[in-house]
Write a protein that binds this ligand. Structure first.
Ligand SMILES: [Zn+2]
Length: 276
């Protein structure tokens, strides 16, 4: 979900299906909504001179979209060899089993329930398919099973729903936890500071060309919201829905149910840290 107007100045413009970096192209799924922004970004990754491609997040169970991803690979002279999931939310993962059928590929994910085939995914794993190197970065918080993928050759990171191309994301309490989410943002920020990552390829919304700025914005936004929630509680707002009405007044009401999950996560965090 999005709960701020925009990332300041960094998006590379509108979401477009097509090349984003030398090795990554986006196939936008036709599932736009307040929660999914323009729709889910399905990412097709390959070394320029390799016939093998990796797909991250096939997206919803939409036959036309899944076939469009296969077609995009074929048009680029590639064959899909592996499917990866950033997390299990249906707008990213629901189409995975059908996509695996269409492509004959395994599906690798952190959550064993989402896998097809023998191999999982975990911290420190390095994928090397057709010479394409992807490093698995655990980024729990949006959900417990959220992963990001570092694509060093393009100085890029694929963030799923942990960092979006527009607005900010939700912490999906109780599966998502705020302390873990903040640690994940710091882990992504250190990729930008220590490993030279400049580009964010998000699960929704446009590509971001100032990855470090995006991580700083997300961390500042979370700190700001947390302070607002703490103040709301001090002012006598007791239930999550009361806190949402006080703190998320600037956010479209269609997003309030999602905001309530984020508030639960923030109340839990404040309680654990003895702040309320
Ligand atoms: Zn999600």
């Amino acid at each position: 979900m999005t709960d701020a107007a925009a990332l300041p100045g960094q998006p590379r413009g509108a979401v477009v299906s097509g090349p984003a970096t030398d090795r990554a192209r986006c196939v936008l799924a036709p599932n736009p909504s307040a929660m999914t922004l323009d729709g889910t970004n399905t990412w097709l990754l390959a070394e320029p001179d390799s016939p093998l491609a990796v797909v991250i997040d096939p997206g919803p169970l939409d036959e036309g979209h899944l076939r469009a991803v296969v077609d995009a690979a074929e048009q680029a002279g590639k064959r899909v060899a592996l499917t990866l999931l950033t997390h299990g939310h249906p707008d990213h993962a629901e189409g995975a089993a059908r996509f695996a059928e269409l492509t004959g590929t395994a599906v690798r994910a952190l959550d064993p329930a989402l896998r097809l085939g023998d191999e999982g995914l975990g911290a420190g794993d390095v994928i090397t398919t057709g010479g394409l190197e992807l490093r698995v970065v655990p980024t729990p918080g949006h959900t417990a099973d959220s992963l990001s993928f570092h694509l060093p050759a393009d100085a890029a990171v694929l963030t799923g729903d942990t960092v979006l191309g527009r607005g900010t994301t939700m912490v999906a309490h109780p599966d998502g936890r705020l302390g873990e989410y903040l640690d994940s943002l710091r882990r992504l920020r250190s990729l930008t500071v220590d490993d030279g990552v400049t580009t964010v390829l998000p699960g929704h919304g446009p590509v971001l060309d100032d990855a470090q700025g995006a991580m700083e914005f997300y961390l500042a936004h979370r700190a700001h919201r947390l302070a607002q929630v703490e103040t709301a509680v001090e002012n006598g707002h007791r239930t999550a829905s009361e806190v949402v009405a006080a703190v998320y007044a600037d956010v479209d009401r269609s997003l309030w149910p999602a905001a309530e999950l984020s508030v639960w996560a923030q109340l839990e965090y404040l309680g654990e840290h003895g702040l309320i």
